[in-house]
Design a protein around this ligand. Structure first.
Ligand code: HEM
Length: 265
């Protein structure tokens, strides 16, 4: 018996076209849709595991920090006379303020812990080896900036714990050879912790560091796409996705390759 072939009605075709029009418009002018499609549907080795999700988990934690931080910045006042008060107001008076603040405060630790787990996975799988050394270096920079983000954020509530912990932290930097005293000056905005320190820490915490981390994450992800994700060391298909994947979008690195490529050399 012949199977009836279902054809799309003209109306349905028109509807689909209308819905896809904005995407086509953007694609034609930027290639952005194709790029995102390539990122989401690119091939990865078949034997990767849950360990490989830790990078994306770190990214999610960073985005949560960025979003909750932006909300907090709408109510926080970086002035020694009102900073603590504004934090109290966020926690006790604003709708769900306690939740947003709690997510940001605890999320900072989650972000750092996830980065360490991700780094441990990369290290244990040897995924930092050729050709991914540069991505390891970029990752290490992100980790350092991430921890500095935690340090600068700690002062912002401007309570006793924040104040004294920051004095200890800043003085620790001061013990560094040659640059120590200079670092103290830069961080404090003067010889001692004072009025300028809070606004300085605030600017570093919500402009300088997030901007730098954002840019480095972009670079990090671009290199993940360019080099491909590596297979686990025990994989029979040692280099994972080292070879160009045949769809023409991936830059070929013929000539760059020295022997086996990937994390399991
Ligand atoms: C905000 C922090 C970070 C984000 C968002 C991030 C994101 C990612 C993602 C999504 C991947 C691909 C999937 C995976 O292997 O998990 C990846 C791979 C990689 N990451 Fe990170 N990462 C971060 C921090 C770090 C750190 C701290 C290091 C090491 C110092 C590092 C080194 C690497 C390397 C070498 C790869 C390639 C691994 C492979 O191909 O198997 N990353 N990262």
């Amino acid at each position: 018996m012949a199977v009836p072939v279902r054809t799309k009605t003209r109306r349905r075709q028109q509807l689909e076209q209308a819905m896809l029009y904005p995407l086509d418009w953007v694609e034609e002018r930027s290639g952005l849709v194709g790029g995102i499609k390539y990122f989401l549907f690119r091939k990865v080795p078949g034997d990767i595991s849950w360990g490989h999700t830790l990078g994306s988990a770190s990214l999610t934690a960073f985005l949560v920090q960025a979003i909750t931080g932006a909300i907090l910045a709408m109510y926080y006042k970086p002035d020694p006379a009102t900073a603590y008060e504004s934090i109290e107001r966020i926690t006790n008076d604003l709708t769900l303020g306690w939740l947003v603040r709690g997510m940001h405060r605890w999320g900072a630790s989650v972000f750092i812990i996830l980065m360490f787990f991700h780094m441990a996975r990369v290290f244990l799988y040897g995924a930092y080896k050729y050709p991914r050394e540069l991505n390891w270096i970029i990752g290490a920079l992100i980790l350092i900036l991430g921890m500095f983000e935690g340090f600068t954020g700690y002062l912002l509530p401007w309570d006793q714990t924040a104040y004294w912990a920051t004095i200890v932290g800043v003085n620790l930097q001061g013990t560094g050879p040659f640059v120590g005293p200079f670092l103290i000056n830069v961080l404090n905005g003067g010889a001692e912790i004072g009025v300028d320190t809070l606004s300085r820490f605030y600017a570093i915490h919500m402009l300088l560091l997030p901007g730098a981390i954002f840019a480095l994450i972009g670079l990090h992800l671009w290199l993940v796409i360019r080099n491909g994700v590596s297979s686990p060391p025990w994989s029979p298909d040692a280099a994972g996705s080292g070879e160009p994947q045949g769809d023409g979008r991936r830059p070929s690195r013929q000539g760059l390759v020295r022997g086996r490529r990937g994390g399991s050399e």
